[in-house]
Design a protein around this ligand. Structure first.
Ligand SMILES: [Zn+2]
Ligand SMILES: [Zn+2]
Length: 138
């Protein structure tokens, strides 16, 4: 079993069970955001509720973040190491309208919006839609 993944789970206080490691590995290895249905296909022996709870634990500990891209099903992608999902840590997402893949543009932070009055920002989503590099080539 991958020691690095195990350490990462332990660091945020998650007991690294075999099941959790497998799910986390799967999300890390898919280099695009993955939705519940796709995960379910890969773990078809695993109970739905178990998979759901696993994702919830990961999300609460900021190992993964949910992305709503308008497809109707939430997708998940791995957070950067030591991410707390604070507004200033969040990045832009890109949804390809052709292949319907959602990408994390980890290097592009969400632009800061200056708000008047006493609005307190807790989280933010920034989604760009268009054609991704692999669809552009075709
Ligand atoms: Zn594409
Ligand atoms: Zn992301």
């Amino acid at each position: 079993m991958n020691q690095e993944l195990e350490d990462r789970l332990k660091r945020v206080g998650i007991n690294p069970t075999a099941m959790r490691l497998l799910v986390f590995e799967e999300i890390i290895n898919s280099n695009k955001a993955i939705n519940f249905y796709e995960l379910e296909q890969k773990f078809d022996k695993v109970e739905r509720s178990t998979l759901y709870r696993t994702l919830k634990v990961f999300e609460d500990k900021h190992l993964i973040h949910p992305i709503s891209d308008g497809t109707g099903s939430v997708k998940y992608a791995v957070c950067k190491k030591d991410c707390n999902c604070k507004p200033e840590e969040l990045h832009v997402h890109f949804f390809c309208t052709k292949c319907e893949v959602t990408y994390c543009l980890n290097d592009i932070p969400i632009p800061k919006v200056i708000l008047k009055d006493n609005y307190t920002v807790e989280t933010a989503t920034y989604l760009l839609k268009g054609i991704c590099p692999s669809c552009y080539k075709v």
